[in-house]
Design a protein around this ligand. Structure first.
Ligand code: VGL
Ligand code: ZN
Length: 202
């Protein structure tokens, strides 16, 4: 362990579903696994997140007659991209990538379990109000700084990083250990938002 006790590594959604062959495959998603594994031993606290949807989740295009994946719909909490069915609880698609080292993880934060609300961020559901409990865990541990890696850069990593910075954690994203979905310039927009939100991009 070479980083202070006050630093945590948060590994976002390194699951089969977001890797090549998965239901919501992110190009090159599997290329980051070895680098993330290599980073873990330097952190006192490693936390994994897992996208964990019930079947028929409201973020799935298949739950909205007439919609196709990547359409945007209006939810009570705001606009929502509709996705292919992915990371359904208990399926292989929702399992961590088989090469991801999971033993050092202190906790796995599961998200997206509410059928009616998606959850990109590791901290709050997409209503921006309902907490996952991660903030309390980090504060109890005395964590002051977080480093984020994982999938996908422009959705779950960015939402998590923006929330972390807003909550007052010193926040860094290691971009070489992320991969993006990049819908209609979403990666460039996400990078701008992170810079404006005080997230360090390494
Ligand atoms: C994600 C879309 C839907 C992600 C999760 O992990 O970035 N993106 N669910
Ligand atoms: Zn999802």
């Amino acid at each position: 362990m070479t980083r202070p006790q006050t630093n945590a590594l948060i590994v976002i959604d390194v699951q089969n579903g977001f890797c090549p062959g998965g239901n919501l495959a992110v190009p090159g998603g599997d290329e980051i696994v070895a680098g993330i594994n290599a980073l873990m031993p330097s952190f006192a606290h490693v936390i994994l997140t897992q996208d964990w949807h019930p079947a028929g989740h409201s973020s799935f295009a298949s739950s909205h007659p007439g919609k196709t994946p990547y359409d945007v719909t209006e939810m009570p909490y705001g606009p929502q991209v509709l996705w292919p069915d992915h990371c359904v609880q208990g399926t292989e698609d929702a399992a961590f990538h088989p090469d991801l080292v999971t033993d050092p993880a202190r906790a796995v934060i599961r998200k997206g379990m509410n059928p009616a609300v998606d959850s990109y961020s590791a901290f709050f559901e997409n209503d921006r109000l309902t907490p996952t409990g991660l903030e309390g865990l980090l504060r109890t541990l005395g964590v002051e700084a977080v480093t984020l890696v994982g999938l996908a850069t422009d959705f779950c990593v960015t939402y998590s990083a923006l929330d972390a910075a807003r909550l007052g954690f010193r926040t860094t994203v290691i971009e070489s250990l992320t991969r993006a979905i990049d819908l209609d310039g979403s990666l460039a927009a996400a990078r701008d938002q992170m810079r404006e939100g005080g997230v360090g991009l390494e």
